[in-house]
Write a protein that binds this ligand. Structure first.
Ligand code: DAT
Ligand code: MG
Length: 152
């Protein structure tokens, strides 16, 4: 079933010049870009976005990291998009991520893992995160010209 998911190139990915490479992977996979915003996350948004981790010992470092520089926030759409993006990202820790995944190809350290994607095991996380970063009118509805060659 086609769905939208929230994806973000984190400040380390932006600073390391990986935006294009990461977008390219999702594009060539066949996912459709529905929205994009190059932005700076402030403290409040960081707390809301990572609210589930508020009680974790790494929370302060996580907030500091995600607000340390601009991010590329995006919405990608397609069949099973949330789970497929997570599979392309790899594991939370780049050190455990298989080569060929984004974190496995571009990261080494848990605290610098390049990319965020909505958790497919957390029901509705994709919709919640999209709403946190995007207004409805910032998302675009259109067809990719290759859609009939991507889907049976
Ligand atoms: P993911 O980003 O794969 O969804 P998560 O939601 O469990 O992982 O955690 C959010 C971020 O917090 C993760 O990208 C990196 C950081 N993080 C997670 N577990 C950590 C830990 N044990 N120590 C330090 N940072 C951690
Ligand atoms: Mg998560």
């Amino acid at each position: 079933m086609s769905e939208r998911t929230f994806v973000m190139v984190k400040p380390d990915g932006v600073q390391r010049g990986l935006i294009g490479e990461i977008i390219s992977r999702f594009e060539t996979r066949g996912l459709k870009l529905a929205g994009a915003k190059f932005m700076q996350i402030d403290e409040d948004l960081a707390h809301e976005h990572y609210g589930e981790h508020e009680d974790k010992p790494f929370f302060d470092d996580l907030v500091e990291f995600i607000t340390a520089g601009p991010v590329m926030a995006m919405v990608w759409e397609g069949q099973d998009a949330t789970r497929q993006v997570r599979r392309m990202m790899g594991e939370t820790d780049p050190a455990d991520s298989a080569p060929g995944t984004i974190r496995g190809d571009f990261g080494l350290d848990l605290g610098r893992n390049v990319i965020h994607g909505s958790d497919h095991e957390d029901e509705g996380a994709n919709e919640r995160e999209i709403a946190l970063f995007f207004d409805e009118d910032e998302l675009v509805d259109y067809d990719r010209i290759d859609a009939e060659w991507l889907y049976e």
